[in-house]
Ligand binder design. Sequence first.
Ligand code: ZN
Length: 439
Amino acid sequence: MGSKLYWNEEIETISREELEKLQESLLKEHLALAYNKSEYYRQSFDNAGVRPEDFKKLSDLSKFPFVNKYIERERQLEKPLLGDMIAVDEEEVVFVSASSGSTGVPTLSPFTKRDFEEFQDVQSRLFWAAGMRPKDRYVHALNFTLFVGGPDVIGAQNLGALCIWAGAIPSDRLLFILKEFQPTVIWTTPSYAWYLGETAKKQGIDPAKDLAINRIIVAGEPGGSIDATREAIEGLWDAKVYDFYGISDIFGACAGMCSERNGLHLAEDHILVEVIDPETLEPVPDGERGEIVLTTLRKTARPMIRFRTGDIGTVNKERCACGRTHARINITGRLDDMLIVSGVNVFPSDIEFVVRNMSELSGEYRITAFTENFTNKFKVEVERAIGNDEDSEALAQKVSAAIKTRIGVKPKEVIVLQNGELPRATHKAKRLIDLRQKA
Ligand SMILES: [Zn+2]
């Protein structure tokens, strides 16, 4: 059991042709469900002049209207509790997760019993792809309150791992568990993995030698897909880092890294991905950066048809060296965090890439975006590495030039701080201060 390569070989290695056939037939049914059972979708399809029967092949999906977070929230407030995008009676709903609510009212995502079981089966699949096996001890140190990642411990249990339901607890308590129970796998954000490792060291615990963690699953920040960030965390823990992507609005478990760690396999038998230009809303060519749009294929409680995630990334549909055929996504950042500077799209993750690759720097950074003479600009604060005593001016110029090489534009200013001057993040790091004047 522990030696098989895939959680579900048949579906994970299905040929693209067969996969697209499967998606087509699932989507045909799913669009009909949305239209027949959800008040919102019926009206929205009618307004757009499309019927489920107009869907014959995958490319026909582009005839259907988009939905987004704003619509999702509005429908929920209009028809509480679950809104009129739902396609089942509330009686059939057994679980709701809520989005983090970082902007406004938290939005609820309902699951039927079958949706929930399938959600956790995909979770098991993604854990398996990241190398978790029944012999592992898994410490689930994620928030259990409303957060869609909370139940994912069940996916690890169904896989057969020994699961420790820690929840979001203070780092001292978590370190105690890591030391006493010697779990081998943990899930956290990249910032917290770094913070926890550093905190351990301060307490005289060497995460690489004294703890058994050999796999760290990370989500919630782009760092997990930035090689230099991953390598820094891996060095600290002597463990491998696997990036994971899940959003509450869709399904929670959406995509995760395999042993190749070259993009995140999306569960394409449950979710269909499109990449669009966020300005023109037209599809971008395969492999090019754009906004990720996701459509559920099986989630019956609330179908999500063409949900604009606000995440910017790329999709690669080539078969992976691991044998899996499901597309790999790479998330670069949030559309909201994107700065357009001199016509160039700049993401905090681009700056992170540069900062984490310079041995002269500590790896911490903070970006401030602002408007000057009606033009967007940004400045970057960085910290020198311990032991570095280079001239600040020279170091700032070096950072500025490296940013220019990476993204094509220079920051207005680079400020070099001493090690430890920038705030250390515990969970999600706030690395962008946005002072831009919004239109
Ligand atoms: Zn793979």
